[in-house]
Design a protein around this ligand. Structure first.
Ligand code: HEM
Length: 408
């Protein structure tokens, strides 16, 4: 279905249908990876180039001319890449000014301010907290009858930990988890707008609360940086949103990890026999079932050369860690879940300057939650056949909507 514009750039070569991605993302992504280094597709009315090969994904994510700040660059991008008029999400400006949406100096300045919060000492303190929390949650669950592990375990583990770090009351956790999920996994524009609006309003209220009642928490420390003129109001509010949303991400890895272990009983037996492997296996979980099928779009500010194909400047990119992590050129038998695999170089936490800031926290939460769960209930099984697993919709994230199991 290739169409070409006057300037010689293909309009689009095809599309990735959500139905196919939901049914079997890896077959769909492998089809693209084998066919071409860069596949121009239509996504929400925009032409975007899907990049799926391991070396190209690494290259694109570390190229300083590949940019994230689509707000600043929107005028250059808009007319150029629109292939079809479609309704666009209108999001509050102040929701997209954190370092995740910035490049160069601004990214570096803001990320360094937050970066020193996740120190090894703080992280070491969190491990026993996560274990206690996981046990408390498991104490409340029924044994021997169906229970949804995504709702009753994976989400509350991540939600509680990030709320405690930010100094957010525990009863706000459900709203946070629901808005975060809609924001990053809903394919419906009105739902995304509503969720981002709620998170933005919540972050504004959080700043007000911390002004009145400062605490020994990350929100108060970030507020102080704003008061010392180190970050603007929009930067503060969007950093709150970023940390809330990023902080929920281990819930994907806990769900995906539990699912991978339950569908590979031989691998579960191995980690139970050698519990040190629970820590190691988190890297294999985020390689094998990468929560990010695609990272949020990038923009080329200069031509980008990939494996003999040149993507011109001014184009949008859809870069896929999930496809790269299953590239047979990089990993032997990539479609096999192997908890003893050497996963070095996997891209499950991204790559380059935007590589995950919370990866150590994410690993601690995921490993501790999985270890606590399976050591207490080693004979747990799925309620439904694996093919009936219910994944969240949306092209970007690979996250279970529900995970019905019987704990044993
Ligand atoms: C197992 C859990 C996690 C996974 C798989 C994960 C994955 C990722 C990935 C792939 C990226 C790169 C996105 C891109 O390049 O566009 C990223 C960025 C980020 N993550 Fe995580 N993440 C996890 C946990 C966390 C946690 C617990 C936090 C902490 C609050 C966090 C905070 C962030 C932040 C702030 C960024 C943006 C970094 C930047 O732009 O410089 N993540 N994450």
């Amino acid at each position: 279905m290739e169409t070409t514009r006057q300037d010689g750039i293909p309009e689009v070569l095809g599309s990735i249908r959500m139905r196919d991605l939901m049914a079997d993302p890896y077959a769909t992504l492998a089809g693209i990876r084998e066919a071409t280094p860069a596949f121009a597709i239509e996504n929400n009315g925009y032409r975007m180039w899907a990049i799926t090969r391991y070396h190209d994904v690494r290259k694109a994510l570390s190229d300083p001319t590949v940019l994230r700040d689509l707000v600043e660059n929107r005028h250059a991008i808009n007319s150029h890449c629109i292939v079809r008029e479609m309704p666009r999400a209108h999001l509050p400006h102040g929701s997209r000014r954190s370092f995740f949406d910035r490049d160069g100096e601004n990214h570096h300045r803001l990320r360094s301010l937050v970066g020193n919060v996740f120190t090894p000492t703080r992280l070491a303190e969190l491990r026993p907290r996560v274990e206690r929390l996981a046990n408390e949650l498991l104490d409340t669950l029924p044994v021997g009858e169906p229970v949804d592990l995504a709702a009753a375990f994976a989400r509350p583990v991540s939600g509680t930990i990030i709320c405690e770090l930010l100094g957010i009351l525990p009863d706000e956790q459900n709203m946070l988890a629901a808005s975060e999920s809609e924001m990053i996994t809903s394919p419906i524009i009105s739902e995304i707008e509503k969720a981002v609006g709620e998170l933005h309003a919540f972050a504004m209220k959080l700043a007000d609360d911390k002004r009145e009642n400062p605490g020994d928490d990350l929100s108060t420390r970030l507020l102080r940086l704003h008061e010392d003129a180190k970050m603007s109001e929009d930067e503060l509010i969007s950093t709150y949103i970023l940390i809330m949303v990023g902080g929920m991400e281990p819930s994907s890895a806990i769900g995906n990890g539990a699912f991978a272990l339950l569908t590979n009983p031989g691998q579960l037996a191995k980690v139970l026999a050698d519990p040190e492997l629970f820590t190691e296996c988190v890297s294999e979980v985020v390689r094998y079932e990468s929560p990010f099928r695609f990272v949020p779009p990038r923009y080329t500010s200069a031509p980008l050369e990939l494996d003999g194909v040149t993507i011109p400047a001014g184009e949008l990119l859809l870069i896929s860690p999930a496809a790269a992590n299953r590239d047979p050129e990089r990993f032997d038998e990539p479609d096999v879940f192997d908890v003893e695999r050497n996963t070095s170089g996997h891209l499950g936490f991204g790559h380059g300057v935007h590589r995950c800031l919370g990866s150590e926290l994410g690993k601690i939460e995921t490993a501790t939650a999985l270890r606590t769960l399976f050591q207490r209930f080693p004979d747990t099984r799925l309620v439904d056949p694996p093919e009936q697993a219910r994944w969240r919709p949306g092209k970007f994230m690979r996250r279970l909507d529900t995970l019905p199991v019987i704990l044993r």
